[in-house]
Design a protein around this ligand. Sequence first.
Ligand code: NAD
Ligand code: DAO
Ligand code: ZN
Ligand code: ZN
Length: 368
Amino acid sequence: MKTRAAVAWQAAAPLTIEEVDLDGPRAGEVLVEVKATGICHTDWYTLSGADPEGLFPAILGHEGAGIVREVGAGVTSLKAGDHVIPLYTPECRQCKFCLSRKTNLCQKIRATQGKGLMPDGSSRFSLDGKPILHYMGTSTFANHIVVPEIALAKIREDAPFDVVCYIGCGVTTGIGAVIFSAKVERGANVAVFGLGGIGLNVIQGAKLAGADKIIGIDINPAREAMARQFGMTHFVNPKDVPNVVDAIVQLTDGGADFSFECIGNVDVMRQALECTHKGWGRSIIIGVAEAGAEIRTRPFQLVTGRKWEGSAFGGARGRTDVPKIVDWYMEKKINIDDLITHRLKLEDINEGFALMKRGESIRSVVVY
Ligand code: NAD
Ligand code: DAO
Ligand code: ZN
Ligand code: ZN
């Protein structure tokens, strides 16, 4: 079939809208009509050329929601008409990683997904007979995609696509880091570094968990108002204090119980660790730093009981946890509506990246 897609031909060049060819689903695969997709920082990271694993030409996008249109041989858990969110972190429930119950990082299709290919080593997208690569196993900047069954979460049918698509990355990454990875306890003090599309979801996750002080840290003063709306109790602008670590230690009587780095800056990662409480503080890295970057601290920080950890896709097991997060939204336990600042047509997708780069959007959503 033909479908419309925004194609990334090369690094640092605008996406162009094309009618591409899409082969149908093979065994274990599913054809999905994407109804909406968010534009995330990671799409920009790859498009900018900074991602050393970025491959071109490719169809980017990893934050979508849509409807199953056809299933390939052997697919048992989904049927045409089901509403789904594609998962860049699949959940096969059979690999060593899934069976361990210690991680959400399913490895069943990792090798081919990282090469922009389907599990059988080929691409379903092409134009003029030349293959175009998939991206993060999702490629939601195409109106139709073919995805392995294990990389689709089935969701309730009354959930609006142009909102719950954000659960495909940012919402789950932020809220999940608090609930699934850190398991923040009621009454804990939490520090959140970076109040963008991820950090604001960490803030609302901390509120959901019943945290006491929720301290937001951002160099952009414009982020304070929205973060307060999502549950932040204290705001620190690093530009306004002599030492951001001291400021947080004072606000929390010795240090935060949990901190989350939601920027991707290794200097801030150090601040996030060192502002946690001696003896038990845990600092969770969510931000993705540039290739080759390294983190540093004095080892005595760890000897004295602080723990440095990380979280990918919020520690969520996608097929199991994503439908629950959709329920939380539908039950109004979490707010996604106010984080979606812009809605665009596919033709205007480059404007979505421009809004992100100018810091004017929290989340732009393309509606097909
Ligand atoms: P964003 O640009 O929307 O937000 C970043 C915020 O950090 C901005 O508000 C900015 O003003 C603030 N900031 C920048 N430098 C700062 C500094 N030195 N001190 C304090 N604040 C500072 O980005 P986002 O979409 O929220 O993504 C955040 C990070 O999370 C990115 O690195 C992204 O790649 C990563 N990410 C990780 C995962 C995962 O699974 N671990 C998933 C998605 C995104
Ligand atoms: O299993 O090695 C692996 C891949 C894990 C991917 C986790 C991605 C988290 C960070 C990337 C940002 C996603 C938008
Ligand atoms: Zn993302
Ligand atoms: Zn697995």
